[in-house]
Design a protein around this ligand. Structure first.
Ligand code: NAP
Length: 283
């Protein structure tokens, strides 16, 4: 089985970005800058924001962190976003989710200028993607696409199943696969006979967040599995299909698969870095 090694590929993509940033430095040009906004003190959010900052700085890009108290008002947060929208030294803005419950998440995200939308999840950017004229793409779906493309897995004419229909992962992934000329079936929690549908698929992308949702028997011989989920089982981190227990059977049966961890996860952060550079170039 071909291991779709997201860790290795993300490293390569980050090296390409770093080489571009070095060239900008050599020409004495302004460097790409990401503004990260964190409201509150959730430990997981803090660690995600720190990791994004670390990645940005490691690639030679600039990064500023705005860490606001949990009781920050909607008005104060909007004011900061408007200020960053107007700041010509800022190329990308990322509001770390989830926001505290008193804040209106969709209003906040829509306040970000779509030309500075580092996550690629602004409604304008989702619309542009749907129209086949993207400004920037959402990070995880684009990470999946890049994994398949760079490992030369053709999507044209293939039967692809996407399990999950969230705005973050499932829905945009189905659109991107369709744009690569796959025939896509989108499944969700109301889908009947999920395993039967998956057994017909050449490519299965799972993003449900349910450990052992599917087992190796539910996949076709020679299929490609992209397991996006990040779940926990008694053996540690696992996907919806991929786990320490299922890995040997998957290796015998599939043509290619992403491991969990080390598959889609590292690609998501690499695509965020890619977006910051893209937004800078368009800016
Ligand atoms: P989400 O918003 O909770 O969406 C989950 C989707 O899965 C929903 O569409 C849901 O259907 C569907 N679903 C849930 N149970 C199902 C079942 N039993 N059968 C079929 N479909 C089912 O989650 P998300 O934000 O998309 O994330 C999904 C997973 O990907 C999570 O494990 C998350 O941690 C992981 N993730 C990984 C990365 C990465 O970089 N690797 C990035 C983002 C997310 P309904 O719409 O009907 O509820």
């Amino acid at each position: 089985m071909l291991l779709l090694d997201g860790k290795k590929l993300a490293q390569e993509i980050k090296q390409e970005i770093s080489a571009e940033v070095i060239r900008l430095k050599q020409k004495d040009m302004r460097l790409p800058k990401l503004s990260l906004i964190l409201v509150g003190d959730r430990a997981d959010s803090l660690s995600y924001v720190n990791s994004k900052e670390k990645n940005c700085l490691a690639l030679g890009m600039e990064c500023e962190k705005h860490h606001l108290p949990a009781e920050t008002t909607q008005e104060a947060l909007l004011q900061l976003i408007h200020q960053l929208n107007a700041d010509n030294t800022v190329d990308g803005i990322l509001v770390q989710l989830p926001l505290p419950a008193h804040l209106n998440t969709s209003h906040i995200l829509e306040a970000v200028d779509y030309r500075k939308d580092a996550d690629g999840l602004h409604h304008v950017n989702l619309g542009k993607m749907l129209m086949g004229d993207p400004y920037v793409l959402p990070c995880t779906p684009n990470g999946i696409l890049q994994l398949l493309k760079r490992y030369q897995i053709s999507m044209e004419g293939k039967n692809a199943v996407v399990v999950g229909r969230s705005v973050l992962v499932g829905a945009p992934t189905a659109i991107l696969l369709q744009q690569q000329h796959a025939t896509v079936t989108q499944c969700h929690s109301h889908t009947r006979n999920l395993a039967d549908i998956c057994r017909e698929a050449d490519i299965v992308v799972t993003a449900a967040g349910v450990p052992a949702l599917l087992c190796p028997e539910d996949l076709k011989e020679g299929a490609v599995l992209v397991d996006v989920a990040m779940n926990h089982d008694p053996d540690g981190l696992c996907g919806d299909v991929y786990s320490k227990k299922t890995a040997p059977a998957l290796e015998r049966k599939l043509f290619a698969a992403t491991p969990v961890p080390g598959g889609v996860g590292p690609m998501t952060i690499a695509m965020l870095m890619h977006n910051v550079l893209e937004l800078y170039k368009k800016h």
